[in-house]
Design a protein around this ligand. Structure first.
Ligand SMILES: NC(=O)c1ccc[n+]([C@@H]2O[C@H](COP(=O)([O-])OP(=O)(O)OC[C@H]3O[C@@H](n4cnc5c(N)ncnc54)[C@H](O)[C@@H]3O)[C@@H](O)[C@H]2O)c1
Length: 342
């Protein structure tokens, strides 16, 4: 299909504006409306760009007033369920920011709605799209696949907003990226997790801003996550700092452009990065979504697949709260009961 698609963008905050610019880079997409509940937010986002797109204060209002071939949900997580549901019911495919919803139960509700309406719902997990991570994954697979994978994520943001007051700021707001990357790298979904979450004495967050988690996968592989949002000095990249051990050697990725591999009898060698024909990050997530609308493959963030990354977060939080290993199947069973009771 070569026609220009109309896009409604809901949520004109920091990330919504980044998405507006991402859409504007494509000649086959056109923003047909911008929506935000905060008065003036959508208007200023449109005016700053010199556009004349109409603005609305609700997704329903926009959906009934303008034509849309797709909707981008860039609202706060608590609004994701209502906004995505409205679009699916209107027959409009949705690309949503992560997390698809705050809970697995809500995500299953959306998965059901996507199924019953036959309308596509995809979560953008932009950190699985970069030449660095693809090269790291290919290099691990060439050595027989990682059986032991770990990442260290150490950053020190002073957000000063809602994240400072969350109960689980690191696990709920950030770790989903690393967890989703681990699913991408291992190409399987985990069985269980044991996680400890804590607040280092110097933390400026109210909730637990540091965590250690170990996931077990059906193949026997382990993925360990060590993270902190209150780590001043020697911070890692925002993608974390990765290492994978495979039958035929070890590969590391610094989270940016450096992938290094070494087998038993080799010297360490830099692995040249592969191409990124659809760009990276948001551009690549958008390209994958648009390709699916054109009849291409099911996107990697399609809701039924992506709910696994959310379930990893929910299971890690439960494990930290209860001090025990949590089985992912139990998280899904409880969420399914919760979703059916709604
Ligand atoms: N992929 C990434 O790296 C990344 C980075 C930052 C944020 N995010 C995600 O993007 C989303 C938005 O984050 P943000 O940082 O832009 O937040 P933000 O608070 O800056 O913006 C959210 C906007 O949504 C609006 N909004 C809330 N409820 C709404 C509703 N029902 N209808 C219409 N508008 C509504 C708010 O008024 C606000 O302007 C979140 O899901 C967040 O997790 C992803």
């Amino acid at each position: 299909m070569n026609a220009v698609r109309s896009v409604i963008v809901v949520g004109a905050g920091a990330m919504g504006r980044t998405w507006l610019d991402t859409i504007a880079r494509r000649s086959d997409l056109h923003v047909s409306a911008v929506v935000d509940v905060v008065e003036g937010a959508a208007r200023s986002a449109v005016e700053e760009r010199g556009w004349d797109a109409p603005v609305f204060s609700t997704a329903d209002g926009a959906l009934s007033a303008v034509h849309a071939d797709m909707l981008l949900n860039v609202t706060i997580p608590e609004a994701h369920l209502a906004v995505s549901s409205a679009a699916l019911r209107a027959g409009v495919p949705v690309l949503s920011e992560k997390p698809v919803t705050p809970t697995v139960a809500e995500a299953l509700q959306l998965a059901d709605l996507s199924e019953s309406t036959g309308v596509l719902l995809v979560t953008s997990q932009s950190r699985r799209f970069s030449p660095g991570i693809s090269t790291f994954r290919d290099a691990l697979q060439a050595r027989g696949g990682a059986g032991q994978l770990d990442t260290r994520f150490f950053q020190n943001p002073r957000f000063g907003g809602f994240r400072d007051r969350m109960d689980h700021p690191l696990l709920v707001d950030m770790a989903i990226h690393s967890f989703d990357q681990a699913r991408f790298l291992l190409d399987e979904d985990p069985e269980s997790v044991y996680c400890e979450e804590f607040a280092p004495s110097w933390s400026w967050f109210d909730g637990g801003a540091a965590a250690e988690a170990i996931f077990r996968f059906p193949s026997g592989a382990r993925f360990s996550y060590s993270g902190s949002w209150c780590a001043d000095g020697l911070v890692t990249s925002w993608n974390g700092d990765w290492r994978g051990s495979a039958p035929d050697g070890t590969v590391t990725w610094d989270g940016e452009a450096e992938v290094v591999a070494q087998g038993r009898d080799d010297d360490p060698a830099a692995v040249p990065l592969g191409p990124a024909p659809d760009g990276e990050g948001l551009d690549a997530a958008l390209a994958e979504f648009v390709a699916a609308l054109d009849g291409g493959p099911v996107p990697s963030g399609e809701v039924h697949l992506n709910v696994w990354s959310l379930a990893m977060v929910e299971a890690a939080v439960q494990s930290a709260d209860r001090g025990e290993r949590i089985v992912l199947a139990d998280v899904f069973d409880a969420a399914r009961r919760d979703a059916s009771a709604r």
